[in-house]
Write a new protein. Sequence first.
Lengths: 471, 449
Amino acid sequence: MNAMTELDVETVSAPFFLRGVLVEGDDVIHRSRDLGVTFTTPKIDLNQAVFPRTEVPPLLNVPLAEIIDFLVETGQRIQDSNNGFMQECIDRMCSTHILPRAVVENQARYAATYLDKRKLMAEVEQNFPDPKALDGWVPKQDFTGRKSFVRAFAPRLIHVLPGNSPGVAVKSIAQGAMVKAINLFKMSSSDPFTMVAILRTMADIDPNHPIVQSMSAVYWRGGDEATEQVLYRPQYFDKIVAWGGGDAISNVVKYLGPGFQLVSFDPKTSISMVGREAFASEEILDTVADLASADVMTLNQEACVASRFLYIEADQENADRFGAKLHACIAARAAASGDVRPLDMDLREQVEALMMMDDDYRVWGRPDGKGLVIRSDEPVDFHPINKTANLVRVDSLDDAVKHVNVATQTVGFYPFDRMTDYRDRLASGGAQRIVHLGEAGPSTIGNPHDAMYPLHRFVHWMAHEDGCGTG
Amino acid sequence: MGEAAERLTGLRDAEDRYDIPFADIRTAQVEAMNERFQERKDSIKLLGHRAREAGLTEICSHEDAVQLLFPHTAYKSYPESFLTDQRWDRLGKWLDTVSSHRVPPQDPARIADMDDWVDKLQASGHYVSCSSGTTGKSAMLVASRQDMEWCKKEAVAAYAWGSGITPAQDRRIFGLAAVAHVPRNLATGEAYVAALQDPKVERFAYPVPPMTVGSLTAMVVLRKAIAEGTAKPGDIQKFEETSAARQKAVDDAVGIAAQAVVEARASKLHVTGLWLGLYSVARAVRDMGYSAKDFHPENSIYVGGGLKRAKLPDDYREFVYETFNIAPERNYQNYSMQELHSGMPRCRAGGRYHLPPWVVPLILNKEGDTLLPITGSEYEGRAAFFDLSIDGRWGGVISGDKVSIDFSPCACGNKGPTIRDTIVRYADLEGDDKIGCAGTVDVYVRGVA
């Protein structure tokens, strides 16, 4: 029976890309759990996945300006609707990805907008006090007269990619290129296509360019010891740049040691805080509900910046007024996106249990994936996902601060003039960003991500001491 | 109970209860499920909600029944904050939404802790069993006194059928596992003792403190406190100490139990427990120099549950059987779950689990939303059942198990539906290597699992 059900589903092939060369093959069958789709990949030639330390990285002496020009051209080609690699990729994605086609297409288009000359330069300038250290050995002298040269030397990086956003694929390529790294991208089972499609687009520009020669993208099942035990070594890589938590990180952590460091982008939950000022007038309340719904519905609530818990400073009656409006706004955005995924059985079950609890909880909408708001006095203990918002009523936003924790990323805030009163306490609790309500998505170009400047951590800081002599 | 349900559950002690072809009782089962539905739709709040959502006023087919099944997770749908904040009144209110009989309002001020809550409910006729969930949260299953009486009789009847042993109070029972101290387990344990244990000898007491509902949920409570950042280092330290003490008791119990089993080796034994515990004791018995030849040839065994993620050598079963001299025909196996009050005993000739006529098979697709054909030869799917015997809550449940069911006669000759001895949990089948940037604080909690 098992064999039969496996044949029932379509099998898609996911080729690899190894330093400029497309590698096709269907040696290994994998499953993408989200849709129960199977995909095939070639066997990985592990020798091709690493770059000998006896050779300097190919991008080392390519000027940053040339790298950025190449990335900008890549961005234009990603957005070009005649780009066969990207079109084919989107076709394949829709068979393995949980989001609808229009959302996937928009994401790819939006992701490419990151490949903009001014954005990329701003990113570098914010990460490095002196970006010249990327292109050469920057002279230094301390107050004792000792001199040296410092270089942000090109590292060897493994990127363990998430599968929920093509934006991360684009960003990882750009960041890996700008620090001139040798990059091995380990793709996710929910998106084993986008990275390869972008790299093929780049190879189409110039297959021999050092940027193309510095990039490889492969898939193995996360946690596969046969691969990870072999590859995760300081002799091959300096850093492992990993997204996610739980098993994804615990698999990686056991290989860390001297010379092999982790730069982790942690899984995050975002929230909103809405002050009593929202109730100043019916118009304001409508506006605030719409702003809040924009944050909830960021990437249809698949992304870490998407709000899940909204703390509202109100009595129950006002909280319920806001809840009804919030639900209407979320439902409208859900309908407009064409996303009709129903809630998972577990989540549905927990929501229905709350619906049975009379006044303690109030629920707007049904657990049918068309938008849902649950009002409670304490945050619910499940993870609101798939167009679900938990509206938590508090007497004062001061009471909401205790719910900020080490997993909190973005806090969307209203009214904006109270943000300064809260930012220190939010940072102390573990939060990373406080933003205007409705603006969870955008951020100032080059700002820290996950409480760090990542490019600064990627590079291999090398010093050339040049003594105290005058000569 | 309605006439059809009465008739089917009345077959509990019938000799031929596993020999009834499904086709012969198909209609009766639908009638019986509908009787149950009519009795419960107004008393079980969640069921009423489900029925309204589905637009059902009666069950006319197995397909209708599927729309009214509760996933096993329904019994862990209570907000965890009720436990952490000791909101016993609210927890009672939640329990009431899945209970057939009204759970009386409780004054939280008069309840000391989780175990006290369970005890006070029991005094009002509500028996709450709780499972140690694999996801951390415990399922809470409410049952009635009538259910407890049923469990006692059914467990022994199924054992007698599956093992071929007529209970004769001529054995010594060796329970070699720290069993969760919940009403359902206590009831069946009591029934086994009454049926099998030689009253002239004292029953072996496994020297590990029982796990109460309170101790099962203590971990959940701490985990949440760590996640919220309210647990102090001292709280974690205390929990670690308690866990270490418990582990030591479990480790020490192996030697004590092995010693006791060896001393009792001349008697006819009934050994029971989980694989890990049984294997550890068997290992110790072998190390003491004893094996099959030293034990009574009519010894019997009952193993509850699967491996539960324990890592044991490939031949762990044979090793245990050979140590205690268990002949294959006296190796009793039973497929059941906390959510059901009836078992499916394994036959000796065919090695398959047999469904009794009062347990309606509703095998679903993997997603758990579509009924697969209830006919013909073997196929695979998600196990879901309607246990007509259950009084205290709704009898229809969707499990997390992947099973192969067959509606054609078994090799043992019995003609009722059977399940192959290859049951696995879907959750254990496929790990998930999907990574996203969105996630919960749960992954920031280490070491409490």
